[in-house]
Write a protein that binds this ligand. Structure first.
Ligand code: ADP
Ligand code: MG
Length: 324
């Protein structure tokens, strides 16, 4: 399929005028307008066949996920997503695949008001990369580095379903329960929550590599440690069918959750719970920031628990290493 046909196949999904889009697809570069008092917030992520998804994976889900993982990064900053640039490397003659991929991508783009404004298209082994641009007021970005000792640690939604789904799919389970398949293929980025946490959370990170590792990044950036009460970790009813400690390892190290993990001063706990009710998102207190310099996990009886640090072979189709 010629490259131009392929670009047209994507461009036909794009509404003619998007917010702030002065020049979109079709010229040599996009021109985007920022309002006074806005800063640009940028994130990018790549999905490769054989590493992040299998050759037979549903392209609708891949389109969704390519955008969702980037939306999750912007959510963790508290930014409002606006524009996307997409780099596609695809085998030739892939129009049916592209149409299904576009369906997943643009369905989610519509939900969050994201406009595709450009990209690049090449032939080669399938690889998809998205750069997502958003805006927010200067000085309001949530960072990983603002937590203080004594801050409470909260998690949105529940953990471990995507990892459980991945494991069941790898084991050849014929059809996954809907809720598990959705957690893995169509994660719901927490954009509204991230925006609402500006001025409330002291630090925030999105969970892509598993709580244990990602909270470790937040703690490190803040020059702190953390203590997690693992029996408090939110779990779906499906996940609760998995025995501990296996369940804990899925929750701590499984990855692909795309939930937000954030910290607040203890006095702000009621505001957090109120926010969860207002947004209909479960927000769970799972622990406390400490000045220990490491992430410690405590079991139900207060005993130390050492999670299996190996991620659940989750993305590890291409030789065992988890890509980032
Ligand atoms: P150039 O050779 O000048 O880079 P291209 O022919 O690659 O131009 O692209 C033409 C237009 O199509 C540009 O506006 C570019 O941003 C857009 N475009 C190319 N590939 C994609 C893609 N995968 N998604 C969105 N826009 C794309
Ligand atoms: Mg180009």
């Amino acid at each position: 399929m010629p490259e131009f046909d392929l670009i047209d196949r994507l461009a036909r999904h794009v509404a003619p005028a998007g917010r702030g889009v002065e020049i979109g697809i079709g010229d040599d570069a996009a021109v985007l307008a920022l309002a006074r008092g806005e800063v640009l917030v940028a994130a990018t992520d790549t999905l490769n066949e054989g590493v992040h998804f299998t050759a037979d994976a549903d392209p609708v889900g891949i389109g969704h996920k390519l955008l969702a993982v980037n939306l999750s990064d912007l959510a963790a900053m508290g930014a409002e997503p606006r524009w996307a640039l997409m780099n596609l490397t695809l085998p030739a003659e892939d129009s049916a695949w592209v149409d299904a991929f576009a369906e997943g991508f643009f369905r989610l783009a519509k939900v969050f008001g994201v406009q595709l404004v450009g990209g690049d298209t090449c032939a080669g082994p399938r690889s998809l990369s998205l750069t997502l641009l958003g805006v927010q007021s200067p000085g309001t970005a949530l960072t990983r580095s603002g937590a203080r000792a004594g801050d409470r640690i909260f998690i949105s939604g529940s953990l471990g379903d995507a990892a459980l789904a991945w494991r069941q799919r790898q084991a050849g389970t014929a059809t996954l329960p809907d809720s598990l398949a959705r957690a893995l293929d169509q994660p719901e980025p927490r954009v509204a929550l991230g925006a609402a946490l500006r001025g409330l959370a002291t630090a925030c990170i999105d969970l892509s590599d598993g709580l244990f590792a990602d909270l470790g990044h937040l703690a490190h950036a803040s020059g702190l440690g953390a203590q997690l009460a693992i029996s408090q970790l939110p779990a779906s009813s499906r996940l609760r069918e998995v025995e501990t400690p296996e369940r804990w390892d899925l929750q701590l190290c499984g990855g692909d959750d795309y939930e937000l993990c954030f910290t607040v001063p203890p006095a702000k706990t009621p505001s957090v719970l109120e926010l969860g009710r207002a947004l209909s998102i479960t927000l769970t207190d799972v622990g406390v920031m400490t000045d220990s310099g490491a992430v410690a996990c405590l079991g139900p009886d207060g005993e130390a628990y050492e999670p299996a640090r190996q991620p659940w072979n989750h993305f590890a189709m291409a030789g065992g290493e988890q890509p980032s």
